[in-house]
Design a protein around this ligand. Structure first.
Ligand SMILES: Nc1ncnc2c1ncn2[C@@H]1O[C@H](COP(=O)(O)OP(=O)(O)OP(=O)(O)O)[C@@H](O)[C@H]1O
Ligand SMILES: [Mg+2]
Length: 295
C-alpha cells in the first residue's frame, strides 16, 4: 500500500529513502537538455469531464514551464468558456479563433495563432462561438477528425501542442482525443475525484479502438493536494492504488496563488516564480520530458 506522507522515510537496506507524496521514492528529474531542432509536435490533451480540476491551470503553467525549457509550445483553447485565453491574457473577440479553423478546413491555422507574454508559448484562442461547433460538426464527414486535420498543418513549427479540453466528453473532446498522441488527466485530490475517471478511460479506449490507435495515457496529475489534511492524503493514496505508475510523481499543491495569477493573466511561473507551485509545474515539465511524453 502506498504511503502518502510527504516526509516519511522507508528503510531500504541500510539507507533511508525519502518518499514523495505518491509514496514512491522522491526523484529529482534532471534539467532537460536544450533541443537542437524543433518539431514535429507531440500533441497532448488535458482532459477530465469533471469541472474545475485544474485542466486550464495545468495547460497554462505546464505550457509556460516547457517554454522555459526551450520547447516551442502551442496551447489550444478548446473550451467555449475561453478560460485559457483569459488566463494567458490574449484577446478572444474580433480575432480568428479555433472555431473559425474548425469550420473552414481551408483556412491557414497560423492566422489564429497569437503570441503570449511568455516567450515560446503561443495560443489559438476560443470564445463562446465554439459552443455552436457541436451543432455544426454533427453533419460533417469525419467530424471527429476535424481538429486533427487543422493541427497537422502547424505541427512542424512546435515541439508540443497542449489542448485544454472543456469539461465534457462530447464531440469537441472526442476531436481533441482523436488529434492527440497522449492524454494528461488532471485529478483534484477531492473525495469524488475518482468518480468519472473510469468513464474517461473508457472513452479514451473507444477513441483508441475506433479513431486513433496510437493514443496513450501519458499520466494522471494530482492537483489541489493539501498535505495538511488527512482527506487529501487518503484520496491521493486511493488514486495511486488505482492507477499505480500512471500517476505522476509530481503533485500540485492547493494554493491561492493560482487564482491570483489567473486574474493577472499570467502563468504562476511568471507571477511568483519562487513559489512552490511554480516549481511544481517546472517539475511536471521535467517529469514529462523524462517519461518521453515531451521531446
Ligand atoms: N492547485 C490549485 N490550488 C488552488 N486553486 C487552484 C489550483 N489549480 C487550479 N485552481 C483554481 O481552481 C479553479 C479551477 O481551475 P481550472 O480552471 O484550471 O480547472 P478546469 O479543470 O480547467 O475547469 P473547467 O472544467 O471549468 O474548465 C480556478 O479558479 C483555478 O485558479
Ligand atoms: Mg478549463
Amino acid at each position: 500500500m502506498a504511503s502518502t506522507q510527504t516526509d516519511r522515510t522507508r528503510l531500504a537496506g541500510f539507507d533511508e529513502v525519502p518518499l514523495g507524496p505518491t509514496g514512491r521514492p522522491k526523484q529529482d528529474f534532471d534539467e532537460p537538455r536544450p533541443l537542437k531542432s524543433h518539431g514535429p509536435a507531440r500533441i497532448i490533451s488535458l482532459c477530465n469531464q469533471k469541472g474545475g480540476v485544474g485542466k486550464t491551470t495545468t495547460t497554462i503553467n505546464l505550457g509556460a514551464a516547457l517554454a522555459g525549457y526551450g520547447r516551442r509550445v502551442l496551447a489550444i483553447d478548446f473550451d467555449p468558456q475561453g478560460a485559457l485565453s483569459a488566463g494567458l491574457g490574449v484577446p478572444t473577440h474580433d480575432v480568428p479563433t479555433i472555431y473559425d479553423l474548425l469550420l473552414s478546413g481551408s483556412k491557414d491555422p497560423s492566422i489564429a495563432i497569437q503570441q503570449t507574454a511568455v516567450e515560446g508559448l503561443d495560443i489559438i484562442p476560443a470564445n463562446i462561438d465554439l459552443s455552436a461547433a457541436e451543432v455544426h460538426l454533427v453533419n460533417e464527414v469525419a467530424r471527429e477528425q476535424i481538429l486533427a486535420r487543422v493541427l497537422r498543418k502547424v505541427s512542424a513549427d512546435y515541439d508540443v501542442i497542449l489542448i485544454d479540453c472543456q469539461p465534457s466528453l462530447g464531440i469537441l473532446t472526442v476531436n481533441a482525443l482523436t488529434a492527440s498522441h497522449g492524454v494528461l488527466i488532471p485529478l483534484e485530490c477531492e473525495f469524488f475525484a475518482l468518480r468519472g475517471v473510469a468513464l474517461l478511460i473508457e472513452t479514451i479506449d473507444k477513441v483508441r479502438d475506433r479513431l486513433n490507435p496510437a493514443i496513450e495515457l501519458d499520466g494522471i496529475l494530482a492537483t489541489m493536494f493539501d498535505s495538511r489534511t488527512l482527506h487529501s492524503r487518503e484520496v491521493l493514496e486511493r488514486v495511486v492504488d488505482a492507477f499505480g505508475d500512471r500517476v505522476l510523481e509530481t503533485v500540485i499543491g492547493r494554493t491561492v496563488k493560482f487564482p491570483d495569477a489567473s486574474v493577472a493573466g499570467v502563468p504562476i511561473t511568471d507571477f511568483a516564480p519562487e513559489h512552490p507551485a511554480a516549481k511544481a509545474y517546472m517539475q511536471v515539465a521535467r517529469e514529462l520530458i523524462v517519461r518521453g511524453a515531451v521531446a
